[in-house]
Write a protein that binds this ligand. Sequence first.
Ligand SMILES: [Zn+2]
Ligand SMILES: [Zn+2]
Length: 345
Amino acid sequence: MKAVVLIDGKPVLKQVDVPKLCHGDVLIQMKACGLCGTDIEKIGGHYTASQPILGHEPTGVVFESLSADVKVGQRVFAHHHVPCYECYYCLNGSPTMCAYYRKTNLDPGGFAEYFRVPEFNVSRGAILELPSHVSFEEGCFVEPLATVLRAQKRALLKKGESVFVVGAGPMGDLHIMVAKHFGASQVFASDLSQTRLDFASKIGADYVFSAQESPEKEVIKLTDGRGADLSIVASGSPKAVVSALRATRKGGRVLLFGVPYKGSFLEYDLSELLNNELSVIPSNAAVEEDTRSALSLIAQAKINVSKLVSKLYTLDEFEKAVEDSLAGRVIKAIIVSEKTKGASD
Ligand SMILES: [Zn+2]
Ligand SMILES: [Zn+2]
């Protein structure tokens, strides 16, 4: 079968063996898998994971199952990282810090004609059945939306609060949609790209600002001189973190969501953090309760993720998908097993 794997930091479309199943494993025929910013970082060699695996937003059809809970033919989403739900971290509110969390993964990854979901994941609820009206492409947003839901939950977003989203890529867009859904009074967004800003306005941002023109000042002006109640950093750039810190009201919260490059440092006067009682809340990834909530919001069309699907690519076109994403030509690239009639090309 065909699979995109990382070889010396480069994505290579290779012929590999279809994974063999062990007790409790499930084999899925991939139908669609979103290309994530972290996949692109892994390709660029900027990611912290020691053995990077590409593709963690996959959906497909169960092809073979050694689990009693999963049936052949089911249309599903599969979660790549799953915690043990038994250790100190899992039992004390930090499941994504579980030692098993990052060890678990799909084999050989989501950008393959078939991938294996290990028994460890399957038995802990990593496979969710997609309702028949949820497309495979929409299902690709279960994982990204789950990480956004968990993040905003950690940041304790309350109805009526103002929110500033720094970075309007696909994850920033999901943050905008979710903040609106949870009743944010005003949502501001900033980015360097005008295309992304125009798109952010379309999907619900009330005000958008170029990151080059001190968006902090505008946010403060539009919040009666206070600053946003919650700022969300949906970018890995340290400058975005500083922008968020400066645009947040005294006593407000800054949610760190975008993954910075390894070795990034912040140029920021630490005294401001304490004097202004700013809370900094990082949020990394999601677990099964979040993927279930995400799928439920997608299925009820409360978060309309189909708006974010901008272009479909086949496995053979993987490199093009990465190029287009890097050049900002697409909001969210989705890799599909085959392009159906009527799908975007
Ligand atoms: Zn992702
Ligand atoms: Zn654990």
